[in-house]
Design a protein around this ligand. Sequence first.
Ligand code: HEC
Length: 205
Amino acid sequence: MSMKGKLGYSILAMSIGAVLASYSVAQMSTDKYSRPAMTAAKGAVLNDKGETSIPEGFRLWSFIGAPLTPNGLNDGAAGFPEFHHVYIQPEALQEYLETGVFPEGTTIVKELVLLQEGEYEDGSRDEPSGRGFFADRFAGIDMMVKDSEKFAETNGWGFYNFGHKEPPYATVASPAPADSCAGCHMANADFDMVFRRMYPILKEK
Ligand code: HEC
């Protein structure tokens, strides 16, 4: 092979190498980032007794709002302290935004989050952004799952409590009795058992 031929061959080899290298980097990064997203796409899975677990990766779902009931404004002991970080499965949200209906299997997780220590009686504190309430640590999970057949008596939703305390949370929960959860939602929620009025993105529909 002439010098010129050799050079041409090695340039070709180098560029094939570069293409292969960039392909495998792309593969690696898709794997790394798509796996949790794929897990996160699944809502809660119920067994035949209606028991279920906290869906893996729910914190990567769509975050729809953060109602706040600080202990400092609720005699030191709010029923649901304090921020309520609310997540919904992205597919369910998309379908809701298209059709105005929560599809069967819709799973909504509400994670309780305690505040940073207050400096004032109402539990608020000063931060560079202003006086207010600032999240500190996770402290509990409540969840609702739509299954119109299984939960016909509670307007088609099952309610689950995995503990109102810091993690680790309960790994399995049974459907909660109607008077501890569903009753209040039946009486007070404004759209299909959900407090839609609290969530700007749900109100768009
Ligand atoms: C006394 C009334 C009441 C009871 C009892 C109650 N909830 Fe709720 N729940 C609310 C209100 C009001 C909201 C929305 C505002 C907020 O989070 O403060 C809400 C929000 C939720 C949400 C987020 C979706 C939505 O509808 O806004 C979930 C999930 C949830 N509750 C689950 C539960 C579970 C599980 C229980 C039982 C352990 C329970 N709730 C008991 C009043 C109640």
